[in-house]
Design a protein around this ligand. Structure first.
Ligand SMILES: Cc1cc2nc3c(=O)[nH]c(=O)nc-3n(C[C@H](O)[C@H](O)[C@H](O)COP(=O)(O)OP(=O)(O)OC[C@H]3O[C@@H](n4cnc5c(N)ncnc54)[C@H](O)[C@@H]3O)c2cc1C
Length: 425
């Protein structure tokens, strides 16, 4: 059965989210700094009451199953929520669905010991703490096989040593999930393991924090782990299983980025439309000029296509109960297309607003830069396109014939074989 309709009860929730985000959450983007700086007294004053409203409404951390205190809504409903609260930088944290904590919580829920869950997962789900995923290294992120951060065993402890790059929110994190080489002689994808490292462990050094245009604070850390010691049970998942563990978080994470990208691109389109209907040049509204109409039409179609792909992917995730392999092609496709969609629509909106559009008084340049962010974080576009192509090609086989089976002459021969007798030819 096919349906694009939303159940009335859930639509009521969506309507509430829409108004709540526009009226109360979006204004935070103009007032507060980093949305991960949860111990800032201003955050406590402004954000905590809004989180309480979301909890009272039963909309907190809806990506989680009921066993972890969430609604277990699944990815499709989450997509519909994200495309509303993703308009605002503070939207995800007000709804308890912010990266990288959602993905890190999934890892802990899967692989944490009962003690780790009590100490880290419970406060993380409640946003009493935030976390950091520390995987990329300065010598390259697109190819994890070049990572060199090492971990070796000494007695009952693991010792971690090496550098990590662009570890987002390290400065505010209560713990890090760190990928390190434990078995250098194993096959390439079995060389690394994943560890949980509490932030107060001696030897963790933030060399400096980086930022990109449009961010209120520098939060992406260049880190050095100086012979950091953690207990044996700090390993998450099996020895050599870092890639398997990473996939638990990256699949959902990429999809959630896409859901929020729908929200941002939609905002850009809304602004573009209002401007086109407000500004005149040479005696008529911009909206009456065909080249402007083309920008609006292209943006609407591009956004609609992207949104449908995101919703289909979310639906497939729900159908396959997080079997990442079954939705790998879709998730990679969503990840590959989202930077282009955000780039194109933000750029058109910026251009249509003229000099005002390029100024720092408007958000378009931030969104444009953000399009490069979503094209890099969780792996660059090229890598995801390779995945899409590989997955697509799995359904096909080559031929050793000189001309393909679908060659026009061969197809015509087969058509005649099938129908000539009936036609009496
Ligand atoms: C805002 C932001 C937040 C991030 N947060 C985190 C985080 O919290 N934790 C973390 O571990 N990492 C994080 N990252 C790092 C991110 O995962 C890496 O930037 C990404 O994997 C690319 O690695 P790199 O930057 O080293 O680029 P490189 O690996 O040097 O790649 C550079 C470029 O090479 C090209 N390229 C790469 N591979 C191919 C290919 N196969 N074919 C063709 N061209 C290719 C692409 O154009 C790519 O952009 C973050 C990045 C950003 C931008």
């Amino acid at each position: 059965m096919w349906s694009f309709a939303t159940e009335p009860e859930f639509q009521d929730q969506l309507d509430w989210i829409d108004v709540f985000v526009k009226q109360k959450v979006e204004p935070l983007d103009h007032i507060l700094g980093s949305q991960w700086n949860i111990h800032d007294p201003r955050f406590v004053k402004l954000v905590r009451p809004l989180q309480a409203e979301v909890k009272a409404r039963g909309l907190w951390a809806c990506h989680l199953g009921p066993e972890l205190g969430g609604k277990g809504y699944g990815q499709l409903k989450l997509a519909l929520m994200n495309e509303l609260f993703g308009r605002s930088r503070f939207g995800p944290i007000v709804f308890g669905a912010q990266a990288p904590d959602t993905g890190n919580a999934e890892i802990l829920a899967h692989y944490g010991t009962p003690e780790q869950k009590k100490r880290f997962l419970e406060p993380l789900l409640n946003n009493d703490i935030v976390s950091c995923f520390s995987m990329t290294e300065p010598q390259g992120g697109a190819d994890p096989l070049v990572f060199t951060t090492r971990a070796w065993q000494e007695g009952d402890e693991w010792v971690i040593d090496g550098e990590k790059w662009f570890s987002s929110n390290a400065r505010y994190a209560a713990f890090f999930i760190v990928m390190a080489v434990t078995d250098p002689d194993a096959p390439p994808y079995k060389r690394m393991s994943m560890f949980i490292v509490p932030a107060d462990t001696p030897g963790i050094d933030i060399k400096r924090n980086l930022t990109f245009y449009g961010e209120p604070e520098a939060t992406h850390a260049y880190m050095r782990y100086n012979q950091v010691r953690v207990p044996k049970d700090a390993m998450l998942g099996g020895r050599g299983d870092a890639f398997v563990v990473a996939q638990v978080r990256l699949g959902g994470g990429r999809l959630h980025h896409a859901m929020r990208t729908v929200a941002q691109a939609r905002r850009a389109l809304e602004m573009m439309c209002e401007r086109a209907l407000s500004r005149t040049t040479k005696g008529e509204l911009l909206a009456r000029k065909q080249m402007v109409q083309e920008k609006i039409a292209d943006s609407w179609v591009q956004l609609r296509q992207f949104r449908l792909l995101v919703l289909e992917t979310a639906w497939l995730c729900d159908q396959n109960k997080k079997d990442y392999k079954a939705v790998r092609k879709n998730i990679a496709a969503v990840k590959a297309v989202m930077p282009q969609v955000l780039h194109d629509i933000s750029a058109r909106a910026l251009h249509l607003h003229g000099s005002l559009g390029i100024s720092t008084e408007m958000p378009f340049a931030d969104w444009l830069v953000n399009s490069f962010h979503v094209g890099l974080a969780d792996g660059p576009t090229e890598v995801h396109k390779i995945t899409v192509a590989r997955e697509v090609l799995k359904d096909f086989e080559g031929t050793d014939k000189l001309f393909p089976d679908y060659h026009g002459l061969a197809e015509a021969d087969r058509a005649h074989d099938l129908y000539d007798e009936l036609l009496g030819d």
